[in-house]
Design a protein around this ligand. Sequence first.
Ligand SMILES: [Zn+2]
Ligand SMILES: [Zn+2]
Length: 182
Amino acid sequence: MAGSGTDTIDPQEIIYCVNHPRTETLIRCSRCLDPICTKCAIRTPVGLRCPTCARRGRSPLYVLAPQDYPIIAIVALAVSLVAGALATQAGLFFTVFLSIPAGGIIAEAVLRARRKRGRPVQIITGVCIALGALAGPVVLRMVASGGLALPANALVLVASLLNLNSILFAVLAIGAAVARLR
Ligand SMILES: [Zn+2]
Ligand SMILES: [Zn+2]
C-alpha cells in the first residue's frame, strides 16, 4: 500500500455526522467532540463547532465569570431557604402547588441576579434548592424560637430534616428551576 501521507486520519475509524447519520466525516466539534459534517460545521474563532456549541459559545448567557458562581449560589440559597421553610408549613397538597412556581421564582431570581444559564447554573441552583428544602424548616424553627433550639436528639433532627414535604418540594422545585435555566 502506498503511504497516503495523512497522519491525522485513521482509515479504520469511520465516523458519521451526529445530525446526518449517513454522512461520513473526518471532523469533530472542537468543544463537545461530536462528529460533524461540512454542512453542519460552523467556523468559530476557536475552531469548527457543531451548531449547538457554536450558539452557546457566542452567547454570553452561557459563559460564567468566577464571581458569578458565589453570587448565583447565594441568591439561589436565600430564596430556597424561604421557599423550603414555607413548603413545610402546610399539608402535602399545598407543597405540591407551591413547589413548581417556587422553582420558577428561584430560577428567575438567579437569572435576574447574573443573567446566566446553562449546565453549571442548573447544578448550583439545584444543590441550593436541595439545601434550602432541608435547612429552611430548621432555620424557620430557630427564628421562631428565638435562638439555636436544635432538637437535642440527633434522630429527631434527622427526622425533622427528612420530612416528605421537604423531599417533595426539592424534587419538584429543582425540576422547574432546571427547566427554566436551560
Ligand atoms: Zn459541539
Ligand atoms: Zn451533518
